[in-house]
Design a protein around this ligand. Structure first.
Ligand code: HEC
Length: 182
């Protein structure tokens, strides 16, 4: 039944001449272009997606930042049901500067300006074997705050993969930081 629904949904797209290979199981909101280009999804993810969790960098190597990670509601529902991320899962990590101040609760940090994004897109079909942004079941790209449509990542193996090896057993995501997935 689900399969039939998917076929029915895809038919108009095929008739219009678009390439079926780019049709992900989940709506990716423009995160993937025809050649496997990756973009920050064109959706109000802060309001409409699930905030999986936050990472706070504490000075050491990088500037003081708060990283907030978002994904589609459907991706969270599927993960909670069967423990894996469905095709078309889009994970957006926002980088925000952090500032701390004395407040009535203590010395407390809050987010200020947006510094950029990291985006990953789940691909269970291996759609873009010749594109260096894709591999290990995901598309990978980084963006500066002024260019959400144009990633500056050239090669995920050189720029992303090594740092995510500690999360390899959880499909390359640091899932243990995300209360929304428990
Ligand atoms: C210096 C090491 C490092 C590099 C390089 C790196 N990452 Fe990460 N990434 C991390 C760590 C550690 C986290 C979780 C903690 C944090 O946000 O600092 C993370 C989190 C993420 C997240 C949130 C989802 C998750 O995995 O839990 C995304 C999306 C992401 N990275 C994408 C990328 C992409 C795309 C690249 C390459 C363009 C990349 N990362 C390069 C270390 C790295």
């Amino acid at each position: 039944m689900r399969r039939l629904l998917k076929v029915l949904v895809l038919l108009p797209a095929l008739a219009a001449g678009s390439v079926a290979a780019q049709d992900f199981a989940l709506e990716t909101h423009g995160a993937v272009g025809p050649e496997g280009e990756i973009r920050v999804p064109d959706v109000n993810y802060r309001g409409e997606w699930v905030a999986l969790g936050n990472w706070i960098t504490n000075g050491a190597e990088f500037a003081n930042e708060i990283h907030t990670v978002y994904t589609q509601r459907e991706a969270v529902a599927a993960y909670l049901e069967n423990g894996s991320f469905p095709d078309g899962t889009v994970v957006v990590k926002e980088l925000l500067s952090a500032e701390a101040q004395d407040m009535t609760t203590g010395f407390i940090s809050h987010a200020t300006t947006l510094n950029g994004w990291f985006v990953m897109v789940k691909d269970t079909e291996g759609r873009f074997p010749d594109n260096a942004l894709w591999g290990d079941g995901w598309g990978w790209a980084q963006f500066s705050a002024d260019a959400p449509r144009q990633s500056f990542t050239k090669d995920y193996e050189a720029e992303c993969r090594t740092c995510h090896v500690p999360a390899q057993d959880t499909d390359w995501l640091y899932t243990w930081g995300y209360p929304a997935l428990r």
